[in-house]
Design a protein around this ligand. Structure first.
Ligand code: ATP
Length: 361
């Protein structure tokens, strides 16, 4: 790819054993390092937003740190704009790549403006004096991230969401073609998560940045990313990474396999995991649209196995115009009188009552 920003070539990531551990464990067969993931061949181009997904402990932070040059690869290489990172001076790397970590920053007494201005350090002299152009970039980063309202405050006084935006502002002020973010949406409420993801999408689309963020938000990753890097554990506990567009990962069953747990099932239609309801009593459901969808969810939660369109068993018929005058008719079967309800709550009580009566008889 000609506008490739980061490429990895046969990269292996992980940890060298500390000398004490190495001596304690030393046997001819014992390795001197722990490989977290291997055979990693990834590529991100400018203008792309990539989400890095994977179960806890699969190695997302380790990969982020290795891509950022904060941690050495065990083997293989990382290329930044086609140049091997191992041969680049830290200042050169800082002009190409910025890293946003979630850890609480130890700069509580620093003002927001001063922290964002730190993003200009690769371009300033040892005194850190900002030129007019630097100041302008800092102001623009503050505007872009919507942090102007608290630019004069101290970092220690900010909420998690506000602080996260400031850390992103610092990365924007650093003005690098690549931005890496380790769990930028952790601890944030839904509106803040959406705001941060749409800001990152804008940076990719409008400013041509290559953005990689690690996250546990499956739904956001499926909606927002151009590509997902999914860390998958294989038999020997070393992870491998699948890189694909979100829809292919769902259709090919990779997400389901990577996060599968007993008691949960992956719904390929919504791209989300949900409780596996082992309902034994069957209930037919006649109706469609959003009301039918939530009626089905309610019946499953109450322990029913829902059979769409079946009217030859006990069943529910929905009528009404979605927003008003909704009616649920429950036919309990065996010539029982139908129960008509105007709310889902009442319907559920009628169905549960009938299930209990069936169990007793
Ligand atoms: N400093 C370290 N020394 C040795 N092993 C480490 C070190 N840091 C992390 N690990 C191990 O490396 C593996 C990957 O950890 P990492 O933090 O990269 O995973 P993660 O996918 O980011 O996890 P999470 O989703 O829980 O944040 C884990 O088994 C972890 O125990």
């Amino acid at each position: 790819m000609s506008d490739s920003m980061i490429q990895t070539r046969n990269l292996a990531i992980g940890y060298q054993l500390r000398q004490r551990e190495f001596i304690a464990w030393r046997k001819p067969s014992h390795p001197a390092s722990t490989v977290v993931a291997g055979s990693i061949n990834l590529d991100i181009a400018s203008g792309e937003l990539v989400c890095l997904l994977g179960p806890n402990g699969s190695g997302k932070s380790t990969l982020m740190r290795t891509l950022a040059g904060v941690q050495q690869p065990l083997s293989g290489s990382v290329l930044l704009k086609g140049r091997d990172m191992a041969g680049l001076h830290p200042k050169e790397i800082a002009k190409l790549l910025s890293l946003v970590l979630t850890d609480r920053v130890m700069t509580g007494n620093m003002s927001v403006y001063a922290l964002v201005a730190l993003g200009r350090y690769p371009y300033t002299g040892w005194m850190g004096t900002l030129s007019d152009a630097d100041e302008e970039l800092v102001r623009r980063a503050i505007e872009t991230t919507g942090t102007r309202a608290f630019a004069h405050r101290h970092i220690g006084e900010l909420s998690d969401g506000e602080r996260q935006k400031v850390m992103i502002a610092r990365a924007i002020a650093q003005d690098t073609p690549v931005i890496l973010l380790d769990e930028p949406t952790a601890h944030l409420d839904l509106p803040n998560r959406l705001e941060i993801i749409s800001l990152l999408k804008r940076l990719a689309r409008e400013e041509g940045k290559a953005v990689v963020l690690s996250t546990h938000e499956l739904d956001l990753a499926l909606q927002a990313s151009d590509r997902i890097w999914l860390m998958k554990r294989s038999g020997d506990r070393v992870c491998s990474i699948v890189s694909a567009i979100p829809e292919s990962l769902v259709l090919e069953g990779h997400l389901e396999k990577a996060f599968s747990r007993n008691g949960f099932e992956f719904d390929q239609y919504s791209g989300s995991f949900r409780f596996r309801h082992e309902g034994s009593s069957q209930v037919g459901l006649l109706g469609d649209g959003v009301t039918a969808y939530w009626t089905r969810r309610a019946l499953e939660r109450a322990g029913c196995r829902v059979v769409q369109g079946a009217s030859n068993i006990r069943h529910v018929e929905i009528s009404g115009d979605e927003s008003r005058n909704m009616q649920w008719r429950f036919f309990p079967g065996e010539n029982g009188e139908p129960v008509v309800t105007g709310s889902l709550d009442e319907l559920l009580r009628a169905v549960v009552r009938s299930s209990k009566e069936k169990e007793v008889s």
